[in-house]
Ligand binder design. Structure first.
Ligand code: NDP
Length: 463
């Protein structure tokens, strides 16, 4: 008999199943296209003895110890509901379904409530690290009833990445907390990728070759920017296309896809009255990237007037990227805090930072500092005001200003770097320009305003 089942042997599901088998667990596997389950086990080598293929959900249920635990690793949305619907008749009260794919946390909340009525437990579990992480140690963000997680905790912790011997897996809160945190993780991932790409764009405009920029990123990866995304960017930039001998990046079409987690982050941020502008800029940049034909045509129609790019120091770019990265993380952490307050999750944000230190796509040197600062308590709830980060921003924002100025003057798009700077500069002013916004609102709609010198609500006679 198997301790755990898994359905959905795609990229992530197959890697997770192998990881569990590798850690000594017996796993029953199922796939919508049943032949794939058999092929999977045939290709599993010595791990095959810990894997059992189930033709259908009846066989999967029969292969599992009770109470049963079944991991779903299928695409978000309708496939998850369809899989639950087909699996449910073969489960009993007290069994557990774990959705380990990316999911809109609102759907996770709905599913948990609907399954609870039937006596079946449900856990929404975010898994980060791509295929390699899933196979050898991802970062795992668990949400749902703590008591439902307990029976599988040892399995999940055994397959997770470790940071200084501590597993990068944690139960973060009830219902959708795990999927929400995974969504924001991906939002930060969007922002960080875009910030790196914009920095690369400035270096390219300055005449540097991809290979040289790759070497520079390698060097940066040995400093405070140390992170998986800088590492793989450096490696990608130093890769040549085997067919043409050209740099690989030069033969790749500049059009990126997105599956929804970046967008979900923004939707939830807006619903919670939050700002995640660095993430928003990154999501926008991906959307604009998909308008390839329009951009090619617009090159002729909107030639614009731009100066030649002023030389930008590599050290300025390194500092600018670090400052913008801190701000992007800060916006993500503010969003998680707002959700935690709103949904009463009591999220331990220091623990979130800790389980992101290894295994996940945004793992970076910064996360250890974030974990320490969050544990010490954030002034006014903002990461950018924590002593360590306030000092780092004081040191590095001047470089961010120089980089954004140079790019803007030269007509180079830097929406995420500029968004990070805009947020920083808005937050550092005790008095902004919303006095005029309030005047405008009162002018056209009699919305009223507060005064600086008296309590109460006022309206002016504008005519
Ligand atoms: P794949 O496309 O590689 O695999 C999808 C799997 O889901 C296949 O086993 C497929 O079965 C099955 N499936 C698809 N549609 C249905 C359906 N309607 N009913 C039942 N089964 C279905 O996806 P991934 O492994 O990349 O992604 C799985 C989940 O993991 C997604 O939620 C994704 O967002 C998430 N994720 C992916 C990461 C990645 O790097 N790829 C990283 C982190 C999370 P069949 O063989 O029959 O087509």
């Amino acid at each position: 008999m198997a301790r755990i089942g898994l359905t959905g042997l795609g990229t992530m599901g197959a890697a997770l199943a192998l990881n569990m088998a590798d850690r000594g667990h017996q796993v029953a596997v199922h796939n919508r296209t049943a032949a794939r389950a058999h092929e999977f086990i045939e290709g599993a080598g010595p791990l095959a003895e810990r894997l059992t293929a189930a033709e259908d959900f009846k066989a999967l249920a029969a292969a599992l110890d009770r109470p049963r635990a079944v991991i779903l690793m299928v695409p978000a949305g309708a496939p998850v509901d369809q899989t639950i619907e087909a699996l449910l008749p073969h489960l009993d009260k007290g069994d557990l379904i774990i959705d380990a794919g990316n999911a809109d946390f609102n759907e996770t909340r709905r599913r948990e409530a609907a399954l609870a009525v039937q006596g079946v437990d449900f856990i929404g579990m975010g898994v980060s690290g791509g295929e390699e992480g899933a196979r050898h140690g991802p970062s795992i963000m668990v949400g749902g009833p703590a008591e439902s997680y307990e029976p599988i905790r040892d399995i999940i912790e055994s397959i997770a990445a470790t940071y200084q011997d501590s597993p990068c897996a944690a139960h973060l809160g009830p219902d959708g907390a795990g999927h929400f945190v995974k969504t924001v993780h991906n939002g930060i991932e969007y922002a960080d990728m875009q910030l790196i790409a914009e920095t690369y764009g400035i270096l390219r405009a300055g005449g540097q070759t991809p290979a040289h920029i790759g070497e520079l990123f390698e060097e940066w990866n040995r400093g405070p920017l140390h992170s998986y995304l800088i590492e793989i960017s450096g490696r990608a930039l130093q890769t040549a296309d085997p067919d043409t001998g050209e740099p690989m990046v030069d033969v790749i079409l500049d059009r990126a896809g997105q599956k929804g987690t970046g967008r979900w982050t923004l939707i939830e941020a807006l619903k919670l009255g939050q700002s995640a502008t660095t993430i928003e800029a990154a999501v926008a940049a991906r959307s604009w990237s998909s308008m390839k034909e329009v951009r090619v045509a617009a090159e002729e129609i909107l030639p614009g007037a731009a100066d030649a790019l002023h030389p930008v120091l590599d050290t300025d770019l390194e500092c600018a990227l670090l400052a913008a990265r801190i701000i992007a993380y800060g916006q993500g952490f503010s969003l998680m805090q707002a959700a935690s307050d709103h949904f009463e999750w009591s999220l331990d944000l220091a623990r979130v930072a800790e389980i992101w230190r290894a295994g996940c796509i945004i793992r970076s040197a910064l996360l250890d500092d974030i974990a320490k600062e969050v544990r010490d308590g954030l002034p006014h709830g903002l990461l950018i005001l924590a002593p360590y980060f306030a000092k780092a921003l004081g040191d590095h924002v001047p470089a961010l200003r120089r980089v954004v100025s140079a790019a803007v003057s030269a007509g180079l798009p830097v929406p995420a770097l500029a968004a990070a700077l805009g947020y920083h500069d808005t937050m550092r002013r005790g008095r902004g320009t919303t006095d005029l916004i309030q005047a405008q609102r009162d002018f056209f709609g009699r919305h009223g305003f507060e005064r600086v010198d008296r309590e109460g609500s006022f309206s002016a006679d504008w005519n």
